[in-house]
Write a protein that binds this ligand. Structure first.
Ligand code: ATP
Ligand code: MG
Length: 355
């Protein structure tokens, strides 16, 4: 019997496209974990993105925002799709707004390439086999949030970072490295940009003062883009600012062979985190039981670990997913024959088999 059974209030934002299908998969897996460990996961669904625009005319209704802030954690499927291309309100604005409202300043994207799937990578098997890294991307500042100007003949986007914004995401990355292989690679463009020089100074100081036992290296973003393709196994924790993180994490997402496998977590200071697969709404396969549920299911495992400190429970999900991937019980994006529902059932069965 579990030592300490607990109850958790989880807001589910299914969103658009394959979002509802994979969100349901995550709920099934969590319900199974709850049964085994004696936790109660209470799910409450709310509208976001295109679904919210269709229902109430805005991409982030006030009640969705309030429910997310009051929750223990948020699970998000995906937002957007061609249906809202010409719409005056963009579905993606809802996602940016909820990240901002929840103060989610650190975006975590782990990537592990298992030996059984390395052959599906566009890179040589020998290069990607055994890759195990995590990106910490600063999510609420930098050039994406700076002042913009536009005249007939010029345009500008302001990039601003404060010491405090750099410190908090740097600490999160160093803390993660302590639990991993003890290495942080901080990525910037300090040979050109002033914000990057500040970034490098602050990361260097936090390292020296608080995490001297961690190995810290600095890399320029351009050479990092090359190294990630040539020697992705060299990296443990990658720490970077908003725009560089956006670009590098898309680059990294192809190393593993399917975007449908990869989870993410967005964390703030004390409040709830938001957990979502890194893939989008995949309108080309939506509603056809084709979506790979693994990225969403692993996002739920990150929720258990990062928001609820349920390490064993998260380990169970990850072990079950690894077993299922190794067994070949996978969806079409990985060359398998299963649909979303049956691939999810395979994960649930694997969890029960472990216990
Ligand atoms: P966004 O702008 O929301 O990121 P996108 O079009 O850039 O959307 P995705 O929606 O992630 O990117 O889709 C990219 C490709 O990956 C599509 O061909 C899609 O079918 C495929 N894909 C995305 N997610 C999955 C999944 N869970 N399982 C299988 N294939 C997926
Ligand atoms: Mg995209």
């Amino acid at each position: 019997t579990p030592a300490a059974a607990r109850a958790f209030n989880i807001v589910v934002l299914p969103g658009d496209g394959v979002g509802p299908e994979v969100a349901l998969a995550a709920q099934r897996v969590l319900t199974c974990i709850g049964d085994i460990y004696g936790h109660r996961f209470d799910f409450t669904e709310h509208l976001i993105g295109g679904a919210a625009i269709d229902a109430v005319g805005e991409s982030l209704p006030e009640e969705t925002k309030a429910a997310c802030i009051a929750s223990d954690a948020v699970l998000l499927g995906a937002v957007g799709g061609p249906k809202w291309d010409g719409a005056p309100v963009r579905p993606e604005q809802g996602l940016l707004a909820i990240r901002k409202a929840m103060g989610l300043y650190a975006n975590l994207r782990p990537l592990q390439v298992s030996p059984v799937l390395a052959h599906r990578s566009p890179l040589k098997k020998e290069i990607v086999e055994g890759v195990d890294l995590i990106v910490f991307r600063e999510l609420t500042s930098g050039v994406y949030f700076g002042e913009r100007t536009r005249t007939e003949t010029s345009a500008s986007d302001l990039c601003v970072y404060t010491v405090e914004e750099i410190e908090r995401v740097a600490r999160a990355a160093f803390q993660a490295a302590e639990q991993r292989r003890g290495k942080v690679t901080s990525v910037d463009k300090a040979n050109v940009m002033e914000t990057s020089r500040l970034w490098r100074e602050v990361v260097t100081r936090i390292h020296a003062e608080e995490y001297p036992q961690i190995t810290l290296e600095h890399a320029l973003v351009d050479s990092m883009a090359m190294h990630l393709i040539r020697k992705p196994r060299d990296y443990d924790v990658i720490l970077t600012e908003n725009m560089f993180g956006d670009i590098l994490s898309d680059e990294i997402s192809v190393l593993g062979g399917s975007i449908g496998l990869l989870p993410s977590a967005s964390l703030g200071a004390n409040g709830p985190g938001l957990f979502e697969p890194i893939h989008g709404s995949a309108p080309d396969i939506a509603g056809q039981d084709l979506a790979n549920p693994v990225g969403m299911v692993l996002s739920a495992a990150m929720m258990l670990r990062h928001s609820f400190q349920l390490e064993d429970e998260a380990d169970s999900i990850e072990a079950a997913v690894a077993a299922v991937l190794a067994s070949g019980a996978v969806t079409a994006d990985l060359g398998g024959a299963l649909g979303t529902v049956s691939a999810t059932r395979a994960i649930v069965d694997a969890i029960r088999a472990i216990h």
